[in-house]
Design a protein around this ligand. Structure first.
Ligand SMILES: *Cc1c(COP(=O)(O)O)cnc(C)c1O
Length: 388
């Protein structure tokens, strides 16, 4: 029907880059090949039992069956504030925390609170595309800040034209980084906050992977940087830390007006996270954190298996210090998509072409470590037989 015509914002969405790869995967699978999917960044391990038990108990309690409060339960927000205090050594009050239905929800809604049509936003790339897409939905103009290997996949702040910086309303970054696995230290965050202060830019930090660190380096919060509390909002997620992607729980924390405006947007869109899920979240954040340490061990072993295998193949792979992604440069003569297609056809291993995370990701593929170690060993054995 002619009148069923999507809005321009939908029509302007970039083409789904993985469509062709999905088709190829289905074709290979149809030939009877056992597919090893290292494409999807979704933890394969279950939520720890004590968290499930807390959620089950809360679910049976009729007090949690009614609409939640918009900005989240006071007890969950207090717990989140306390966790941020203990983990990062920064003091935040309850009104500086809003509960999210997964951090994606907050990252997606934040532009609605601050982006007017024609406003410029800075988005680091390659990246999780949610922020840039939603800034565009708001009529924002997205200026891509490329993350390059020679800068450790950190934005080169000096390379951002001052006239662009002066126009910019928001700067979106994410460390530890999906897809590159790069980490940022407090020194970088301090320079980033200074940059945002100088050019009067709101800083949005997506902190979904701060707990998934694989070395001694413990990722900081951007809120630890001097002056961050005046201009920054940070998005935390329980998804990766506690294998809770399906539960949908996260929180935003930072400068009170930024958090408050996000809460105002949300109160006009959703009705908050299920309280039983928030109760499970309180358990996750307050109980003994040994399961997280165990999870890091598991990802560390998986990383070491895959990195060794990719290096044997001749790829110049750096082991990531955090996240569960391995970001690998493709061999000479291949584009990202060509290499991902070749790997799939020759081995049944699925990886993600880097340009799917933005043009600066061209020349790389991303492997996710969300399968058991034995499957990664099988993947490595098959990769070893690929003709390049
Ligand atoms: C997985 C991920 C999230 C977390 O999303 P949730 O909505 O909390 O499940 C956020 N940002 C990045 C970069 C991610 O990779």
């Amino acid at each position: 029907m002619g009148f069923i015509d999507p809005a321009d914002r939908i029509k302007k969405l970039p083409p789904y880059l993985f469509k062709e790869l999905d088709r190829q995967r289905d074709e290979v699978a149809a030939r009877g090949v056992d597919i090893i999917d290292l494409g999807v960044g979704d933890p394969d391990l279950p939520t720890p039992g004590h968290i499930i038990a807390a959620g089950q108990k809360a679910m049976a309690d009729a007090r949690h069956h009614r609409y939640p409060t918009y900005s989240g339960m006071e007890t969950f927000r207090d717990t989140a504030a306390e966790w941020v205090g203990q983990r990062f050594g920064v003091t935040v009050e309850r009104d500086q925390v809003v509960t999210l239905i997964g951090s994606k929800e907050g990252v997606a809604h934040f532009p609605l609170a601050f982006v007017n049509p024609g406003d410029m936003v800075l988005a680091a790339s390659p990246a999780y595309p949610v922020f840039a897409t939603n800034a565009m939905f708001c009529g924002g103009e997205v200026h891509t800040v490329p993350l390059l290997a020679r800068h450790g996949f950190l934005p080169d702040l000096e390379a951002i034209p001052p006239e662009v910086a002066r126009r910019a309303k928001i700067f979106y970054v994410n460390y530890p980084n999906n897809p590159t696995g790069a980490v940022a230290d407090l020194d970088f965050f301090t320079r980033l906050v200074e940059f945002c202060r100088r050019f009067e830019i709101i800083l949005m930090h997506d902190a979904a992977y701060t707990e998934i660190f694989l070395e001694d380096f413990v990722p900081p919060s951007v809120l630890q940087a001097d002056g961050a509390m005046d201009l920054a909002i940070e998005f935390h997620s329980l998804s990766k830390t506690y294998n809770m992607t399906g539960w949908r729980l996260g929180f935003a924390v930072g400068q009170a007006d930024l958090v408050g405006a996000l809460g105002q947007v949300k109160s006009n869109i959703d009705s908050g996270a299920f309280e039983a899920v928030q109760m499970a979240g309180i358990e996750a954040l307050t109980a003994d954190q040994a399961p997280v340490a165990e999870l890091r061990q598991i990802y560390r072993r998986r990383r070491d298996v895959l990195v060794a295998g990719l290096r044997d193949l001749g790829l110049a792979v750096e082991p990531p210090r955090a996240t569960f992604y391995v970001w690998a440069p493709v061999p000479e003569g291949y584009s990202s998509a060509q290499f991902a297609a070749h790997v799939l056809a020759e081995s049944g291993v699925v990886c993600t072409p880097g340009n799917g995370f933005g043009a600066p990701g061209e020349g790389f593929v991303r492997f996710a470590l969300c399968v058991p170690e034995s499957r990664l060993e099988e993947a490595v054995a098959r990769l070893g037989k690929i003709r390049l």
